[in-house]
Design a protein around this ligand. Structure first.
Ligand code: CTP
Ligand code: MG
Length: 335
């Protein structure tokens, strides 16, 4: 592997910029989809407020972090202070309220790891998951959204990587591969590591936004309009970055010792997090630290079989980027 580590990128890499950007463009949700999402949210708000006047609804996940492709499901969080009611009771009650309106396929999943109500809106055709009081997800959604506004290359890179991961079926946490959220954090950290850096570390800058959620202090710099030219010393193009991303995960990442940390804008060691051995079901075979819940390793779903699958896919992608005459086709070939 060491000779490959010095391998330089193919000479015609920039010929891939146009096809990558056109894939990116084709994945962006059209404006009318955003309008429909807002409509659905207002309808839900109207119904929820009737029962719980002080409750609030927040969008989170890919419909609000700017990394959602067209036709994604909508993730909604119901923030509610009902100390006397447990989550399953609220879920059942909520399903009941929504059922009585003309929403379709309302299901209460009270036994899921994160209990949710699932539904489909026949007017807009949008599917939606509603969870209860998962406010850390709302805050990490804002962090991702703020990062996406600093440099356009983040959103381009993340769309390409998510599209690759879905095509190659390595975006399935129930099969031991990584969540979309994990891939976006990998992209952010990758751009924080470029030299010159393309992204700053918002959590290491002056605090302009701060909330405490579930005893976790979430603080970061969110005046990102002041950072619009942060990455302009780095001229790397989308083709080079996609190549570099796969090359890093195929041949450079230290799977034995390293943890990807957006919180510090760097790569830290498993030793300092005590992630060097398997504890319970957490194997820590690929480590991605959650920016706020720092004891969460987003790679915890990865097991000894799926780590091989993932690494083979990173190597496949890196080799296609290096040698294939037509990488934009081969990269996304369905698994
Ligand atoms: N999330 C989280 N911790 C995780 C997984 C997810 O906090 N371990 C939250 C994040 O706020 C994330 C949201 O749940 O944005 C949705 O997660 P996911 O389905 O992985 O990402 P989406 O961005 O919704 O991607 P997709 O387009 O695939 O739906
Ligand atoms: Mg989602």
């Amino acid at each position: 592997r060491s000779y490959k580590r010095q391998m330089i990128c193919r000479r015609d890499i920039d010929s891939l910029n146009v096809p990558f950007l056109s894939i990116y463009q084709s994945l962006i949700p059209p404006e009318e989809e955003k309008v429909k999402q807002k409509q659905l949210l207002s309808l839900l708000e109207k119904l929820v407020i009737k029962e719980w006047p002080k409750a609030r609804l927040y969008l989170y996940g890919s419909c609000a972090n700017s990394f959602g492709v067209s036709k994604s499901d909508v993730d909604v969080c119901l923030a509610i202070e009902e100390a006397h009611m447990d989550k399953s009771k609220i879920i059942l009650k909520l399903a009941d309220i929504l059922q009585s309106d003309n929403l379709q396929d309302v299901q209460a999943l009270t036994h899921a790891r994160v209990p949710i109500v699932k539904l489909m809106d026949p007017v807009t055709g949008i599917s939606c998951d509603i969870c209860i009081n998962n406010l850390l997800a709302v805050v990490n959604t804002k962090l991702l959204w703020d990062y996406s506004r600093i440099d356009a290359r983040l959103r381009q890179l993340a769309f390409i990587i998510k599209h690759w991961a879905k095509s190659r079926r390595v975006n399935e946490t129930y099969h031991g591969t990584l969540s979309s959220y994990a891939y976006v954090l990998m992209c952010i950290n990758f751009l924080q590591q470029r030299r010159p850096a393309i992204l700053p570390c918002l959590q290491e800058m002056d605090t302009t936004y701060s909330v405490t959620v579930d005893d976790v202090d979430c603080a970061f710099f969110d005046q990102v309009e002041k950072l619009y030219d942060f990455g302009h010393h780095n001229k790397e193009t989308i083709g080079q970055l996609v190549w570099g991303f796969f090359y890093y995960w195929a041949y450079c990442h230290d799977y034995t010792n390293a943890v990807i940390s957006v919180r510090t804008g760097s790569i830290i060691s498993k030793r300092e997090k005590d992630w060097t051995r398997r504890i319970g079901n957490d194997r820590h075979l690929i480590c991605i630290e959650d920016p706020f819940e720092t004891s969460h390793d987003l790679g915890r779903v990865v097991d000894k079989h799926s780590i091989k699958v993932l690494r083979e896919e990173f190597e496949r992608a890196a080799n296609i980027m290096q040698f294939d005459p037509n990488p934009c086709v081969k990269l996304f070939e369905p698994y």
